[in-house]
Write a protein that binds this ligand. Sequence first.
Ligand SMILES: C[S@@+](CC[C@H](N)C(=O)[O-])C[C@H]1O[C@@H](n2cnc3c(N)ncnc32)[C@H](O)[C@@H]1O
Length: 256
Amino acid sequence: MAENKLLIPDETALFILNKLDALSPHMKKNLEKFKEEAPERDEIVRGYFGESGINKIVSAIADSLRKNLPRKNADILDVGCGTGTFTRRIKKELLQEFHTLTFYGLDPTWHMLNELLKKDPEIICGVGIIEKLKESLELNNKLAGTTKFPQTFDAIISTLAFHHLENIELALSAVVNCLKPDGFMVICDTEPYDYEKNGETKEHHGIIAEHLATMAKKYFREVKTTKLKDTTCCVDDLISTVFVMELKNPIIGGRS
Ligand SMILES: C[S@@+](CC[C@H](N)C(=O)[O-])C[C@H]1O[C@@H](n2cnc3c(N)ncnc32)[C@H](O)[C@@H]1O
């Protein structure tokens, strides 16, 4: 079979992650988990939300982009994009109206990115971490020998990735540094299942929307959370809430 030149080789990905000093024990554990999930990721997501849940999340994010994008030829980055289950659908939905949008994806798990690239080679992908977003984009540009990624974006989106981060405040400050002054962010994530309250031993990770909003208000003047009414995430029979958060009006360096 012909070699797919778009796919990211192990050596390149590991070179970038080492340069970023990203390979903490937490990250290594995540990389192993997501490498294993990569070939099945789309089906795993379908299991969590069902097709109709995925469509509702896609619509919520696409609506926010439609409403807030400051220009028609916008650059949109998905951080922690994985195999692009959501990125690809959001792109498809928006490109029907705006033909001049460019979609980018960043993720430390290159196995996930390679699955994405097999499905949609038009999404420009790079290896990196949100906490060091600017450095990640610069390193990818340097290795490509071209401006693969712009320095700033009109919109940065992220689905189901924030609850995996070690340092959310660092991630938010890194995002703000890579947004245009009129740029914005949209985060979709799940809240944790309250297994202690429910007397269960099984745990489902997530992030409490209010906690994320409190941190986000340090970096954005406007933060709006919407808990999706008719969409839940179901993992091992544990049901948790799904929320979409719009973060607008970025504050470089955060509130002092
Ligand atoms: C649950 S998956 C979600 C993937 C995709 N966004 C989706 O909704 O299907 C979490 C993703 O976050 C990525 N991730 C983990 N730590 C990250 C970090 N520090 N910066 C950026 N992405 C990260 C993982 O590699 C993984 O692809």
